[in-house]
Design a protein around this ligand. Structure first.
Ligand code: ZN
Length: 271
């Protein structure tokens, strides 16, 4: 007997045998069913018979692992997608919130502005129509009476423009002359001699400061120093200012330019 055997399988009943390798290719008879079949070295046959199931088992395992892997990867992808989307949404919401806040802020500023500027000058009637000189003098003579009469109220102030400038915050104002450059100044002397000398040389700084309504400042662009104007605005009272004559100015805010048609309707209406 040769040591080598080959596994064969009956083609009819499937019974497996191990036969001597010499018999390979020879017809043999199946002991179980009597079928004659060629002893094909179906080495594969037996091994395959045994191996086919592990193989398919392996295949199944591979498929299983593959599935698990795919599911796992899909899970990661979904997790990442959801996570990223949340992140994006959070970012977008934060941006939106910021924008909304900015808009609200702007709206509030707008409203504050319009409520502080518009109704004031449009709907409220001026309580007085006076010269810059008279307004300034009133605060100098009796501050309390002037406060009662003018502070916080809408006035028409007339005067000659000394300068048109912007303050340190960029707010434009008209400086109106309240004092004639030649005016004598009894009683206000020694300590201020430096300024007085300068003023007598350069002219007095304006004592009535009219801040322009930012929304309507363009109405003032054609004006220049020396022009006589009438402005409508809210008197804010006296403000100390050492560098001007008598040490104080009177400020008026949200000023708009007044035309004669607006200020003298009665004289025209009455024949
Ligand atoms: Zn057989």
């Amino acid at each position: 007997m040769s040591g080598t055997v080959i596994p064969v399988q009956c083609t009819a009943c499937g019974k497996r045998y191990n036969v001597a390798a010499d018999l390979a290719g020879q017809p043999i008879v199946c002991r179980q069913c009597g079928e004659v079949f060629l002893a094909e070295p179906a080495a594969v046959g037996d091994a395959a018979a045994d191996g086919s199931s592990p193989r398919s088992g392996n295949g199944r395992q591979v498929v299983l692992f593959g599935l698990v892997g795919i599911i796992f990867l899909a899970g990661i992808c979904i997790f990442l997608a959801v996570h990223i989307r949340q992140q994006v949404r959070a970012t977008r919401e934060a941006e939106l919130a910021a924008r909304r806040a900015a808009v609200t802020e702007a709206g509030r500023a707008d409203r504050a502005h319009s409520s502080s500027a518009r109704p004031k000058s449009v709907s409220e009637k001026p309580v007085a129509d006076l010269s810059a000189h008279d307004l300034w003098q009133a605060f100098g003579k009796n501050g309390m009476a002037a406060d009662m009469a003018y502070r916080g109220k809408i006035l028409i102030v007339r005067g000659s423009i000394r300068n048109i400038e912007a303050d340190e915050k960029g707010n434009y104002f008209l400086g109106l002359d309240a004092v004639e450059p030649t005016a004598s100044s009894p009683g206000d002397t020694e300590a201020r001699s430096h300024w007085k000398t300068r003023w007598s040389r350069e002219g007095y700084p304006p004592n009535v400061i009219c801040f322009l309504d930012p929304a309507r400042k363009l109405g003032f662009k054609a004006l220049e120093a020396g022009n006589r104007v009438a402005v409508l605005g809210r008197c804010m009272g006296l403000k100390q200012d050492r560098q001007v004559y008598k040490g104080y100015v009177v400020t008026v805010e949200d000023c708009t330019l007044v035309t004669d048609a607006q200020t003298k309707p009665h004289t025209r209406a009455a024949p």
